[in-house]
Design a protein around this ligand. Sequence first.
Ligand code: CO8
Length: 258
Amino acid sequence: MNDHVRLVIENGIGVVTIDRQEALNALDDGVLAGLEEAFLALGRDPSVRAVILTGAGKAFVAGADIKAMAAFTPVEARAFAQRGQRIFTLIEDYPHPVIAAVNGYALGGGCELAMTCDIRIASEKAKAGQPEVNLGVLPGFGGTQRLARIMGRSAAKYLLFTGEVIGAARGLELGLFNEVVAPENLLPRCMEIAAAIAAKAPVAVSFVKHAVNEGTDGPMAHGLSLEAELFAGTFGTQDQKEGMRAFIDKRPPQFLGK
Ligand code: CO8
């Protein structure tokens, strides 16, 4: 995509790797632009069924680039936060599941980036947190909102107030991580999950993501009505016919994604 973000697509699985190791993959303009380009390209490729997002080297992402932010005026800070939030929302709204392979530090904007993903698998070496209060600021790429939605307001406030950096085991207990694996198993395990998802009915999987993302923040009645509409929508797909026919015929389904 650019010097700092790579995208490889193979067998319906996209792998996005942030590689700015000299700054522990900190998010600057270049990394943000690369992420945007990568997810726009993924959106244009109808073969993709699942995506893995990871960092090269010892960090997932060690935050927004502190050196770039240090001299920001309030106006520049707002513009940077809004740009990051827009790109992070693009990732969150990407129609197929995105798995964060959290290989190391996921701090500040890095933890916020991992939280835009649908599933987070951590290496035993992962460390996560929102240490912004140590720098005299607060999260600006959605941390106060997504952390509270993932682990509840109380646990989120504790981490946000203290800036405490937690290890993989604590992240698992708090629900930040779905699973913790040995470092050498991180990408193979994420690939295994991505491949399992890629074998399911793509439209149904995509509708699940939409139903959970759009339906669970508002009143239950809204979420249920959205679910019913999406459920009905799957009955207009060939994959619903194939999935149910295959069950009746006692054979594995062959999904086409339409
Ligand atoms: N920004 C810029 N450079 C960084 C960052 C970062 N976030 N993190 C690490 N680096 C750089 C270091 O400066 C160092 O560069 P150099 O070699 O030129 O001195 C290089 O990466 C290696 O880092 P360390 O030598 O510090 O490596 P260690 O293994 O000793 O320590 C740590 C690793 C603990 C991760 C440490 O680097 C650290 O504490 N980093 C900062 C973590 C942090 O505070 N992150 C939050 C940043 S704020 C944020 O993300 C806000 C998001 C919302 C933005 C909204 C916009 C308005």
